[in-house]
Ligand binder design. Structure first.
Ligand code: KIV
Length: 271
């Protein structure tokens, strides 16, 4: 499917309308111009410039090392490509926790320097003041609850969150706090499907799940994972839609062989 550029761009309001009429929201990450162009043209609703760029673009073990400058670089590249989707950018670790003025400054830099549509932040009650301050500046905020990778050193593991009642109840409270503050959507990462369904039913704003089951109002995956570029990551929730690792490896091997055997370039491929 290809989407004409005349199609109305996706707005935060439109996402709410989609939830109201039961239309699921499709979201994927992108970090560069060429990928974002393909993803947007294929009809995606939301593009997340995720701090997963730290893993898939820069090769770090966690999302913690990526800087605000690096996120701005990726987001600008994506925004230049996108004609239809809503572009959301992650506030990276250390740019919003603990100080709402720093949080606002970080969010303003992203909005001014990238022309993205919204930002995303991990956490509930503990970051509420920062969320409120950013919202008060007119910047749309997407929340992110459950497995929040920026807190990996607190959790100690990437396994499913909120299986115990106390953590599940805190997650539900946090989701309501984020909605009441004015967030336009909330990502629910790696939590039991029944809990995600409950949150999705209780909230008026859309929930976007990753490893949170079919009851969410939308789904998100990391583009490198769903295209099968990144072979080493195989969680249960991941569906691979292509095997680009094999396609790309075969193409590069063939090129190496063709160069070395003098097959490339041939007469038609030179001036
Ligand atoms: O950074 C990211 O890619 C994300 C998604 C996994 C939701 O936050």
């Amino acid at each position: 499917m290809s989407v004409e550029s005349s199609v109305r761009p996706v707005t935060t309001l439109r996402l709410t309308e989609m939830k109201q009429r039961g239309e699921k929201i499709a979201m994927l990450t992108s970090y560069d111009f060429s990928m974002a162009k393909i993803v947007d043209n294929a009809g995606i609703d939301v593009i997340l410039v995720g701090d997963s760029a730290a893993n898939v673009m820069a090769g770090y073990e966690s999302t913690l090392p990526i800087t605000l400058d690096a996120m701005i670089y990726h987001a600008r590249s994506v925004v230049r490509a996108v004609k239809r989707a809503l572009v959301v950018v992650d506030l990276p670790f250390g740019t919003y926790q603990g100080n709402s003025k720093t949080a606002l400054d970080s969010a303003i830099r992203i909005m001014k320097e990238t022309e993205a549509d919204a930002i995303k932040m991990e956490g509930g009650e503990e970051i509420l003041e920062s969320v409120q301050r950013i919202l008060s500046a007119g910047i749309p905020v997407m929340g992110h609850l459950g497995l929040t990778p920026q807190s990996i050193h607190k959790f100690g593991t990437y396994s499913v969150r909120a299986k115990e009642e106390a953590e599940a109840e805190k997650l539900v409270r946090d989701a309501h706090l984020l909605e009441e503050a004015g967030c336009f959507a909330v990502v629910l990462e790696k939590i039991p499907a029944a809990l995600a369904t409950r949150v999705s039913q209780e909230l008026n704003i859309p929930t976007i799940g990753i490893g949170a089951g079919a009851g969410c109002d939308g789904q998100v995956l990391v583009i490198h994972d769903m295209l099968g570029i990144n072979k080493g990551f195989s969680p249960r929730f991941l569906r691979r839609y292509a095997d680009l690792h094999t396609v790309m490896t075969d193409a590069v091997s063939q090129y190496v062989e063709d160069v070395k055997s003098l097959d490339f370039p041939n007469e038609k491929e030179q001036y």
